[in-house]
Design a protein around this ligand. Structure first.
Ligand SMILES: [Zn+2]
Length: 560
């Protein structure tokens, strides 16, 4: 049993506990927040007076592990040449070597997340076939708890179940798959479209009503059936959706149809910025924002949540489980490109991209992302993300904080954009400024609630002692860039803005209960189709892994 730790006199911002800046002490023991002891106890005190205290931040949608992330690192050696070197902590033997660029290597990603006060991260697109690899990579990510969403929207077994109207078979398969691969949630990416891309040159599903050849199902059916099955399995985060037509002018109609398709069920739409475009493909300048109409729909549907996928200016990498999208992006940019199909499950595309503020389309994407934060009325329904590294690196999160909290800074940035953008976006008319409490919602409390993580995102008794201590600064970017102190599971990892030690994180999994009547037939289907043996698929009992798996309970139905 560990001794008591007291964080004394901090200014606590914790929306879950209704604290918006109350000065109070926080007590920690055995990695958890505890109530103030009623008897005197032997303890260590850290003075955090005049500093702002929040729970550790949560990135609920990023790409940090797995085959496509490794491909992205390898295909861009040019990004590593100019990467800054940090030798002191390496020489002290605290840190492992690594590289940065837009896709940091695995240890570096953990260190950089820690340095920003992030203590939990979810990789948003892991093919089930790559799960084993991802779990081993997670073991090398220091300091952060991790989990992943696994790709299911183009899975042959699932599409066959849907075509037969076999809801119970689909539910059973989804339960089997999520358990087998150690996933946290199912992820739908371009439902049907990836399968059509794999079948034929330039194949895609641009309409939710299009029939997927060979399966006789439509993207709309895939979205509805998986969302229904995942909600029936009571998973903590039922479903994560990257819908069809990402990045295509005029795609807002597909997005609205998707929001309507889930029809009252809990669902999360990912990187919604990339799905909010008006205009047609013929004329580039017809591109415009459709956030107002989409946000209005979200505002009247509390069961729906979104993360933004904010674009920031600079060099980065697009990486996606959406095969046809990878092809489209490299055609637009003329950049190098990687594409791969994953047997009966998924696909992927990777291509470098640079966002420029003088480029009309890029500047409009930037504005559309900010519109989402400012037009969703309830901050509990919108989550900060750059879809790292797609819209930009997670290292840009502090800049987004400043853009939301400081409208003068936002105006300065707007003034530097390609001026045509202001005719196509309402951003310049939006005066809203986020409070610190609202920032705490969209960076930790909200994602924790959306993910069903009752023990994260807040500082109440029983929460994980993942704590971030900030030095107040009227420049909010500076404040959030360099937390004074970061504590993970009760251990002080960052002190005076420097990493002092590292700890092993946990892997969060869903483990849904499901009817196992199909297990045998699923195994037999697997053996007769896949290129590898079933015993090498997923995590089995998890005994090959050093890291702890933590099963997260389902949300009570009343929360849905
Ligand atoms: Zn993503």
């Amino acid at each position: 049993m560990e001794s008591f730790l007291k964080l004394a006199g901090g200014t606590v911002v914790d929306p879950v506990s209704n604290m918006t800046g109350e000065v109070r002490d926080l007590w920690i023991r055995d990695g958890k927040i505890i109530a103030t002891p009623t008897e005197p106890v032997v303890h260590t005190t850290i003075d955090v007076s005049n500093r702002i205290i929040m729970a550790g931040a949560i990135d609920m949608h990023c790409h940090i592990a797995g085959p496509k992330v490794n491909t992205a690192r390898k295909m861009q050696p040019e990004q590593h040449r100019s990467a800054p070197q940090g030798r002191s902590a390496l020489e002290d033997g605290i840190l492992h070597s690594g590289s940065l660029g837009s896709v940091p290597s695995i240890f570096t990603a953990g260190y950089r997340y820690t340095g920003l006060g992030y203590t939990t991260c979810f990789d948003a697109a892991v093919p089930p076939l790559a799960a084993r690899h991802v779990h081993f990579e997670f073991e090398q990510i220091p300091n952060v708890d991790t989990g992943f969403f696994t790709l299911v929207g183009n899975n042959h077994y699932i599409m066959d179940c849907i075509a037969r109207g076999d809801d119970s078979g689909l539910q059973s398969f989804l339960g089997w798959l999520v358990n087998r691969v150690g996933a946290f949630a199912p992820k739908i990416v371009n439902p049907g479209g990836v399968e059509l891309w794999k079948q034929s040159r330039s194949g895609n599903a641009k309409d939710l009503g299009k029939t997927v050849d060979g399966f006789g199902v439509t993207p709309r059916q895939i979205i509805q059936s998986i969302t229904r099955a995942a909600n029936a399995l009571d998973m903590p985060h039922p479903v994560h959706i990257h819908t069809n037509n990402l990045g295509i002018p005029g795609n807002w109609e597909t997005t609205l149809e998707t929001l309507k398709a889930v029809n009252g069920m809990r669902a999360h739409l990912a990187h919604i910025q990339f799905h909010s475009y008006g205009g047609g493909s013929e004329e580039e300048t017809s591109l415009c924002s459709k956030v107002r109409v989409l946000a209005e729909y979200v505002n009247t549907h509390p069961e729906l949540t979104v993360d933004v996928g904010q674009v920031l200016f600079g060099q980065t990498t697009s990486m996606t489980g959406d095969g046809p999208l990878g092809y489209y992006l490299q055609k637009v940019s003329g950049e190098k490109w990687y594409s791969a199909d994953t047997e009966f499950e998924a696909g992927c595309g990777v291509s470098p991209i640079e966002y420029k503020n003088k480029n009309f389309i890029h500047a409009l994407q930037w504005a559309i992302g900010l519109e989402w934060y400012l037009l969703v009325a309830n901050p509990w329904q919108v989550v900060m993300s750059t879809d790292h590294p797609n819209g930009g690196s997670f290292l840009a999160y502090p800049q987004i904080v400043r853009l939301l909290m400081d409208r003068e800074f936002r105006r300065e940035m707007i003034a530097q954009l390609n001026p045509a953008v202001l005719k196509h976006s309402c951003l310049a008319d939006l005066d809203r400024e986020y409070t610190l409490g609202e920032i705490a919602v969209i960076t930790r409390a909200g994602p924790a609630r959306i993910l069903g993580l009752k023990h994260k995102g807040h500082l109440g008794v029983g929460a994980d002692a993942d704590v971030c201590v900030y030095e107040p600064n009227s420049n909010y970017q500076r404040m959030f860039e360099l937390p004074h102190m970061v504590i993970k599971g009760g251990k002080v990892l960052v002190e005076d803005t420097e990493i002092r030690q590292t700890v092993e994180g946990k892997t969060l999994v869903a483990n849904p209960d499901y009817d196992q009547y199909r297990n045998e037939s699923i195994e037999s289907w697997f053996s007769s189709h896949y290129s590898l043996q079933s015993e090498h698929y997923g995590i089995q009992d998890g005994s090959a892994f050093r890291r702890k798996f933590e099963a997260v309970d389902s949300l009570p139905r009343s929360d849905s």
